[in-house]
Design a protein around this ligand. Structure first.
Ligand SMILES: *Cc1c(COP(=O)(O)O)cnc(C)c1O
Length: 918
């Protein structure tokens, strides 16, 4: 493990959180500076503080070139005060910088940038005119990568500031850097940067002494130092930035013939190419225009306008414009509680520019295009009934009755119901079990390939239409969608993939998670299969594996034929689960080379499932969620990841808390065979961030750190009980539990105070357990130990999917397990076809032993864990019964203890089999 973690990494143990550590460091300097100022009289102490200030300032300024504020002028003033030994001037300025950084006033207040008040008026003659209204205008930073002499940068920045006009919708400051390395670093750590201007001719190596950062960078962004030619570095950097932060607007300033360049592949990631000497105002406007494209929320903008227009309504929806509310004697509090805007923004009209979700031609259409762009898809559809409905729409759009879907049995119930509705036949495959936590992981690639090969052996591969998986799972297992799709496409090149990314919408905006998303993988594979290099690779593979048989296909990393392969990827995500949308806001993302075949059915499915009265506020919130992520998703996703990593570390290393609680690590959650890198946990000393990313690139499964399985069984609490305690005593809400754990998620809304609240709660509870154990004597301790054992060791085995009853299978002897679930489901609509058998009756044991087989009439889904342990038409096995008898949850959908298990009667099945020889 040769890497950055073992070099001096002051401030770099989490490279990507360097930006977050920044405010802390300035605060620390502030405290030191104050101490120095107070000590002036006693001079030998003063000297010591001055040295400390200098050291810390040196460390801080190592990275400061990445931000516009405080900038060269203020930093030089700090140096000058240090040199002059002027402790009070130093302290005053540090105090100002630190508090300005914290408040973010530099975004609003021009005064924050100047030296006025510190006895230096130099800025006053060069300060830009104060433009009214600047306080309200969103602020961003522009990174300029340039070969010009650093001594000219300050002036260049001021010249750009002078281009500001009163009616500019946004304002920006500039950050100048002189090299590829510095630029990459600035784009990484400074999330204020929204646009980058690349001026041809800059150098590769940084002029700063940052060996640790360089090492990190070298691993992180693919760099080919041998790249030659005048604009080669610009082109490389543009491509690197596009991969790392696809939302950034890139501009290229060049002497190369802009006309020729603009049409070439080199310019593909670039928004606009300018000739060096062109009008600066043009560039200024282009910068603002880029932000405007992301800032614009076509639907929301129009809805706001609509709400302020005087409109008489004679359509349905009496609450529209609040009329039935504010004039009411009895429900006026509805108006006061929700406020007027929500009522003024209600309408059932699709005129007045409101557009129609079902037949979008105006701002909803624009919004869909913006969504596709933002999320890296070819197309995007908006869901207003949650991902529960989005999944049904996609399943119905891509499958017709009789198609086979290879699907994780542990997926959300909307998929299973989707198969019943659409008549697709599920071929259930199993995720690896995590018996110790009573949960499932994800489905191994080998299992998926085996299912495909089984179908192939039985001559029905052509009927296998879709691979349907959950990425990431509730508990944070992230697939390697690139690898999964690649190998499946080698077996059948036109397979469709549905990735249910209900939890994972945010992942597009995280430079770390993106590699594990459906759309990220679709883009990567698409590019890969188009390349000449891949053709060669494929040819070599093919030569080595001529006449490959199925066994070999299973064992090797197989490659698809570039001439046949189609990229057909669908993603659904619950925008409301990870971004700022109202509940039920959902998206369907499409990257399908053959979408022309699906478009018609997609529209039908969309009509079948979408309300004709979609909620306007919900649509608007999807628009806003997209805007937010395109402008600050980078910062937010990094913050949430950082917070999660801190929580993990704090809990697992806390001397008291870690005696009773533990956050499950990647090693706990993913069996070694799927963790080829050997990564065991996040962060030093286990793995540097660079190593973590390598593991994320290659390993079969990786654990999303933002989803924390907190084991509470070792503290003597079951999941449900612990969840209740957190809610009642500490006002902490979580929603998923298992027998011995709860799931804690960090989100784009979480703060350090939230983390502190959780840590405090765990510490309080640990102390209480300690007290109880020491008061309880031996019997108390024995009781605790036995409770822990029952929760942590005596866990029920998780039942696998048994099989569909022969009546619902085409070929009862085959190895593929798909079945006709739909007829089984509807058979249960007739009471006469069904019987109930009580879970604890002898009859169950008798029939398990001697038959006739018991066949479930419906879905039985216990919460938690929330996956169906029985589906309609499934033969009920010993395992399932044993599991149900051990199950200690109260909520089991599809099962009522008083009635018993609902089954299809054996004679009905016998008759149906006979008649079903269609
Ligand atoms: C929550 C969830 C859904 C359903 O999404 P809603 O937006 O709540 O309807 C589907 N799939 C998975 C994996 C989920 O977690």
């Amino acid at each position: 493990m040769n890497d950055v973690a073992h070099t001096d990494t002051s401030g770099l143990s989490h490279v990507f959180s360097a930006a977050l550590a920044r405010a802390d460091q300035w605060r620390e300097l502030n405290a030191l500076a104050r101490a120095w100022a107070d000590q002036r009289a006693a001079s030998e102490h003063g000297e010591r503080y001055r040295t400390q200030c200098r050291t810390l300032l040196g460390r801080i300024t190592r990275l400061e070139f990445c931000w516009a504020y405080p900038g060269t002028r203020l930093l030089s003033a700090l140096d000058a005060a240090l040199d002059a030994g002027d402790a009070s001037a130093f302290a005053r300025l540090v105090q100002r910088i630190s508090s300005t950084l914290l408040s973010g006033d530099y975004r609003r207040d021009d005064q924050a940038w100047d030296l006025a008040g510190d006895g230096d008026g130099t800025l006053l003659d060069t300060a830009p005119p104060d433009v009214t209204g600047s306080a309200q205008r969103p602020y961003f930073e522009v990174l300029i990568v340039t070969p010009t002499d650093p001594s000219t940068w300050m002036r260049a920045g001021e010249e750009m500031r002078r281009l500001r006009r009163p009616d500019d919708p946004f304002q920006y400051a500039t950050v100048h850097v002189g090299s590829f390395e510095d630029a990459a670093l600035a784009a990484m750590v400074n999330s204020n940067i929204q646009s980058v201007i690349l001026v041809d001719g800059f150098q590769y190596a940084s002029r700063h002494q940052i060996p640790d950062l360089k090492a990190y960078l070298a691993r992180h962004i693919q760099i080919d130092q041998s790249a030659a030619g005048p604009g080669a570095l610009s082109t490389r950097l543009a491509r690197g930035l596009r991969n790392f932060r696809p939302e950034l607007d890139l501009f290229l300033l060049t002497d190369r013939s802009p006309e020729l360049l603009a049409g070439s592949d080199d310019a593909a990631p670039v928004r606009r190419v300018f000739h060096h000497v062109e009008e600066p105002m043009e560039l200024h406007l282009a910068l603002l225009d880029g932000i405007k494209d992301r800032y614009e929320t076509p639907y929301f903008d129009n809805l706001k306008k609509y709400a302020t227009r005087p409109i008489g309504t004679f359509h349905a929806l009496p609450i529209a414009r609040g009329k039935s509310v504010f004039s009411s004697n009895w429900i006026r509090d509805m108006g006061t509680f929700y406020g007027t805007n929500i009522l003024f923004a209600e309408s059932s009209a699709t005129t007045g520019g409101l557009d129609s979700l079902l037949e979008p031609t105006g701002n909803i259409k624009k919004m869909m295009e913006a969504t596709a762009r933002a999320f890296g898809a070819k197309r995007a559809y908006l869901g207003t009934n949650g991902t529960s409905t989005s999944n049904k729409i996609v399943v119905q759009a891509i499958c017709k009755p009789g198609d086979i879907v290879v699907v994780d049995r542990n997926c959300h119930k909307s998929h299973h119901y989707g198969f019943v509705l659409g008549g697709a036949q599920p071929y259930y495959v199993e995720a690896f079990p995590l018996t110790q936590y009573s949960m499932y992981g994800a489905v191994p690639l080998r299992t998926i390939k085996q299912a495909l090969l089984n179908c192939k052996a039985e001559g029905k591969l052509d009927r296998v239409k879709v691979i349907d998986m959950t990425n990431c799972t509730f508990d944070g297992h992230m697939y390697n969608p690139k690898r999964v799709m690649e190998e499946c496409l080698a077996i059948k090149p036109d397979l469709v993939f549905l990735w249910d990314e209900a939890w994972f919408g945010f992942a597009r905006f995280s430079p770390f998670h993106r590699r594990r998303t459906a759309m990220g993988a679709a883009a990567a594979l698409s590019e890969k299969y188009r390349s000449e290099a891949y053709r060669e690779q494929y040819k070599a593979w093919k030569a080595k594996h001529a006449d490959v048989d199925d066994k070999e296909l299973l064992e090797t990393h197989c490659l698809p034929d570039p001439d046949k392969v189609r990229i057909r990827v669908y993603q659904t995500n619950s925008t409301h689960k990870s971004m700022s949308a109202f509940r039920q806001g959902s998206m369907m993302l499409v990257w399908d080379d053959d979408f022309h075949k699906v478009e018609g059915p997609f529209e039908e499915a969309f009509f079948a499932h979408t309300s004709t009265s979609p909620n306007l506020q919900l649509i608007a919130s999807l628009d806003l969620a997209r805007r937010q992520m395109e402008l600050e998703g980078y910062a937010l996703t990094i913050q949430m990841t950082d917070l999660a990593l801190r929580l993990r570390k704090t809990i697992n290393t806390h001397p008291l808390i870690s005696k009773y609680f533990k956050v499950a690590t990647p090693e706990d959650m993913i069996p070694a065979e799927f963790r080829q890198s050997g990564l065991t946990d996040y962060g030093p000393p286990n793995a540097s961030w660079a190593e973590t990313l390598e593991a994320w690139d290659e390993d079969e499964f990786a654990l999303d750190p933002t989803r924390l399985t907190l084991v509470c069984g070792s503290a003597g609490f079951d999941g449900t009980q612990f969840k209740g305690m957190l809610a009642e005593r500490f006002d902490i809400q979580i929603n998923k539990t298992s027998r011995n754990s709860i799931l804690v998620q960090t989100n784009i809304n979480n703060t350090h105070s939230d983390a502190a609240l959780l840590i405090k709660a765990l510490a309080d509870m640990s102390r209480e357990i300690e007290a109880r154990l020491s008061d309880g004597g031996e019997s108390g301790q024995a009781q605790f130990a036995s409770r822990v054992k029952s929760l942590m060791t005596d866990v029920p085995d998780l039942p696998n999917f048994s099989r569909f009853h022969d009546a619902f299978r085409d070929d009862a002897k085959g190895t593929s397990n798909e079945g006709h679930m739909r007829p089984a489901f509807f058979m249960a609509y007739d009471e006469d076809n069904c019987e109930f058998v009580r879970l604890n009756s002898d009859e169950i044991d008798r029939r398990l032993k001697d038959g006739p087989p018991m066949v479930s009439a419906n879905f039985v889904i216990p919460y938690p864990p929330g996956f169906p342990i029985m589906v309609p038409g499934q033969v009920i096995s010993d395992d399932t019964i044993a599991y149900m008898r051990k199950l200690d949850v109260k909520e089991i959908h599809g099962y009522h203890a008083a009635q018993g298990i609902k089954m299809l009667k054996p004679d009905v099945l016998a008759n149906w089999s006979a008649s079903a020889t269609q």
